[in-house]
Every structure is written in C-alpha cells, then in structure tokens.
Design a protein around this ligand. Structure first.
Ligand SMILES: [Fe+2]
Length: 360
C-alpha cells in the first residue's frame, strides 16, 4: 500500500489499511478514479444483437420451455457482455424478446417496474392491461406502466414475438420493486380492434373532461404504427417543401408522449421513432444515459465509438452512456425505434449531449 502522494509502506500504514477492512471502511483515494472518471466510463459496452439469431433461439424456447405461472413470461433478456451475470442491456434498461406460441396465455401479474412492448412484425396477440384487451400489431408501442395488471393471450394458431422494455435494472439497484400475481388466465379474452383506453384517450389534443388529471404515466395503452408512420412521413414532406420539421436534414423523429402532460410516456423510460431518408446520416452524438435501439424497417449502419455495425430489420443495439453513435441509411431508408432512461437522467439534472459536426 501507498499513501496518496506515493510514499512507501510503513507498518503503521499497513495496519491502517487492515483496520479499514476490518471496520467496513473504504478510503476514497483508492477508488476516486473509478468513482469519478473525467467522463462517463460505463461497464456496459456498445453491443448489437441480430434479430434473426434472437428469433431463432426464442422459437426454440417456444418448443422447449412452457409459459406459465412462476416464470410468468417466455422472455429472454439481451445480456450486455459488459454486465456479466445480470441479463441487463444497460445499467438501467431491460430488453427482452418475448415469444408466445399459438393459443398460449401469459398469466396476469403486476409490478412496480414500468414496461412496454414494441412489435416488429406479426399480430394476433392481445395484451390485457387492467382488464382492457389491447391488440398488438406491427409497429405498435404498447404501454404497461407501473402497477397495472397485465397478461397476454394469443388468439391465433401462429406464434408471435416482440420486444419488452423495462426499467427493471434501475428498479433492482434502487430496491423499489413490488410484484403481485393476478389471474392465471387473462381477465378478458375478447379481441377488439381498438381498446377502451384508445377510445377514451386516443384523439390528438383531446383530453376527456371525466379525467382532467395529469398522470405520471400515459393512460393511452397503444400508440399505433399508422399514426407514427404518418407523423414521420409528414416531417419529411414538410422538409421537402422547405419548412422546419426534421431533427436534421433527412432525419425525421417523434417522441411518444404522455397524453395528459406532453412529457415522456412513463417516468423512467423515453420512447422514440426515427426515420432516415435513403442515404441520410446523423452526425456523431454522445449523451449521458443509456438507450436501446431496434432497427424496424430498411437497412443501414450504426457507428458506435468508431465501430461500424450493419443493421438489418429487427437488429437491436445497446448504446451505453457517453458512447458516440451515428446512423447511416442505405438506399431504401431506415426506420428505428429507440428507448432510453432519459427521463431519469433529465429529472436528476445529469443530462449532457455532445454533437460533433458532420464529417466531410
Ligand atoms: Fe410484466
């Protein structure tokens, strides 16, 4: 051992360090570099998961592992190689592929963790949120905010897979989790095209007077692809007409918002959809906080801390805090879904962004 200024050991100093250990004490000067790096230095690493591989393995789980009470979900977490033993995509975000076979039911439960589902492809599953059946279809974002009962049932003979996003790692580190079982079957097996939540909350700019409160999470349980797609298309059309609408040239983006506040859909998770025109690029950016992206349609590349990775439909990638990221679209354009822990980071005042000018 050494002192802070590098002086050599003495028997007294060695005894001092033994006494630190024996009395459950940890001197800052041995940890300062790790605790207070000059810039964020995440243990999580930038990582890409190929949808083709995830889907194939999830399908095999469907053949081998029954879904039911106890395990609750046939959901397989994307485990960041920099966070071994955790099954977490980032320090705050869980991301899993969930697979439900034909006519299977995932039983109802509720938990303090906030959750959503995002559908890459397929349909035929209804997620029942507090007794309200919500159809799940391609491109839809479905919310299950904290403490709402939810289960899923597949009304068809065909399997369906989607991604689940949760704040489970954040909840785990902060010890805020509660969990309760609900009905073994979903409480309503109906399969309506449109949920009661959408009928009450799904009209732009119109809040029902029966529910005038501002709620911490959005009461709208489904954000339909039809509207997301039209909103992104309109931004690019407006850009063509010379009006301000896009984030930057050729890059349209929307944020899914809490319909009672205009803020993020849930207190811990931000969700967005991005569309790059054919051949468009984004400048390199670094942000405090972590995110997970899924390539939804089209193809292109993402550059993470200088490493270029190919993106095909469904591929997922984790972007840890302060990782430099930039996107490039191929000739067919590129749509991407993104979720992040930005609401936590911003509410606590830790947010910083660094955007580099486009190269060349
Ligand atoms: Fe759940």
């Amino acid at each position: 051992m050494q002192t802070m200024d590098g002086r050599a050991d003495s028997p007294e100093l060695e005894q001092l360090y033994r006494d630190f250990d024996a009395n459950s004490m940890a001197p800052l000067w041995t940890q300062r570099d790790d605790l207070m790096p000059p810039v964020p230095s995440p243990k999580a690493i930038p990582h890409l998961w190929k949808w083709r591989t995830l889907y194939d393995i999830a399908k095999r789980s469907g053949d081998l592992v029954p879904v039911g009470r106890g395990g609750e979900r046939r959901a397989i977490g994307l485990a960041n190689p920099g966070l071994p033993g955790t099954g977490y995509a980032t320090p705050t975000l869980w991301c899993a592929i969930q697979y439900l076979g034909g006519h299977e039911t995932a039983p109802e439960h509720r938990h303090a963790q906030n959750a959503f589902r995002f559908v890459l492809e397929g349909e035929g599953v209804w997620t029942v949120v507090n007794g309200d059946p919500v159809a799940m279809r391609r491109g839809d974002l479905l919310l299950t905010p904290a403490w709402n009962f939810h289960g899923h049932h597949n009304d068809t003979a065909n399997p369906m897979a989607w991604i689940d996003g949760l704040d489970a790692p954040f909840s785990y580190y902060t010890d805020v989790g509660f969990f309760e079982y609900g009905s073994d079957r979903v409480t309503d097996e109906a399969s309506p095209d449109i949920s009661r939540s959408e009928r009450l909350w799904g009209y732009p700019g119109l809040q029902p007077l029966s529910e005038p409160r501002r709620l911490p999470s959005s009461p709208l349980s489904a954000y339909r692809w039809e509207y997301t797609d039209r909103a992104l298309a309109a931004q690019l059309e407006l850009e063509d007409e010379g009006h301000p609408a896009t984030v930057e040239q050729g890059h349209a983006a929307i944020r899914f918002t809490n319909v009672t506040t205009g803020r993020d859909v849930m207190p811990t998770i931000r969700a967005e959809m991005h569309r790059l025109r054919p051949g468009a690029s984004t400048p390199p950016r670094r942000e405090v906080g972590s995110s997970v992206w899924q390539s939804f349609e089209g193809s292109g590349t993402v550059v993470l801390n200088g490493e270029e990775l190919r993106l095909e439909k469904g591929d997922l990638f984790a972007v840890p805090s302060w990782t430099s990221w930039e996107l490039h679209s191929d000739s067919g354009g590129l749509d991407l879904f993104r979720y992040s822990d930005a609401p936590i980071i911003e509410r606590l005042g830790f947010n910083r962004t660094l955007t580099a000018p486009p190269a060349g």
